[in-house]
Design a protein. Sequence first.
Length: 453
Amino acid sequence: MAFTFLAWKNLSVAFTGVAGAPVTVLPWGNHFALFATDASGVVSCAGGDPQNGLMGPWAPMSDGFTGVPGGPVTVLPWGNHFALFATDADGVVSCAGGDPQNGLMGPWAPMSDGFTGVPGGPVTVLPWGNHFALFATDADGVVSCAGGDPQNGLMGPWAPMSDGFTGVPGGPVTVLPWGNHFALFATDASGVVSCAGGDPQNGLMGPWARVSEDFSGPPGAAVAAIPWAGAFAVCAVDNTGSVRAASGDPQNNLSGWMPASGLTAKPGSAATIVPIGTGVGLFAVDTAGAVFATRGGVRVMTTFTPGRHGWHFDNEFVNQLLGGLITTHGLCGGMAYSSLDYYFNGIPIPTHRKGDFGDRNLGCPPDGRLRSMIYNRLIDSFKDNFDKWSCVYPDLDAAVGAALGLVFGDGLIGGLVGAAGGWVYGELHEAFACPGGGTAGMTRQEPMPRSVS
């Protein structure tokens, strides 16, 4: 279903902002409450909605607070009002309570005991019992946290939560609830994404862990995260401008960072991730300023275990082609496809092992029906995936072998990894690697091809 939109309404009466600066918006009765910092560093608010426009002009809510022009303001519901948090022009974190109708409940109050931030630096705030948990990166690149609220101030001074992590001064920290604690995600000063768990009362559960394999971003780059599938899904824009996503948690690490190909964004720029059904949606702005979106999911997994469902002899096939002019080794694709034939049809795979055919050194007869079946399924695997395989062949002889769906093992091509219908089965291929790969070494769940006859 495609979106349709009404005409844009100007919601800026009595407010002059900084181009591209953030606006924080929360539900407020039948309308919305808007909060932003104007071009002179004054925090202001207004009420309204896209259909009816503003309920009245923007009003300043900056008594006792001078911010950075366009600086971010973090706002959360707080009883019948809102709690506002921001870092002022001196790097002091402050807070206040109020709403667009009644204004401030009192002047802004500093909440920066033990913390010196970067002027206008972002502050991440989450509900924490009857209070709030605050997280930010100080002027030295140290991630710190504190607990408190606008009425009672801090519960205690800010405490560092940066064991094993050195960030960029004022860099953003993404924080989400995680059981009785919080999960923290950030990019350090060397462009490595790391994560940790903890809370303001107990500190870190352990040092920050690097979760940046396959990912390198600009120092301090934004990392977006959402709860997903019992853990978290995260996304960020790497050094090349590629939007990448991964999943996991601080305790069990993250999966590989997979690129959402086809878009180039500004390296390190913010991307947004949202849950969509069983998958996720990604939103990002490209280098030309256009907003793009995509969606995706995880690889389909099965309970296939090569040690149980795969062949019980090694891939030691020798193939003579063109009257013996060419010798190739292995039928890895055929072993993978044929073992899946049995699996998907619910039929136990034959239990033949090396030595069952009269020769203790023979795994599978070279001229029998079993070998023919495996060979034919190899050809099928090649036909199914011809447009998805990518290999470099050093000479014409290797190319001839590839055209027949075979893999050379004489030091030219060590293995051929395929993708069937969009699901990678390269990990399964390892069980039948050419030459001589068996199935005993693999016990984890494996991604499977989409269609195997």
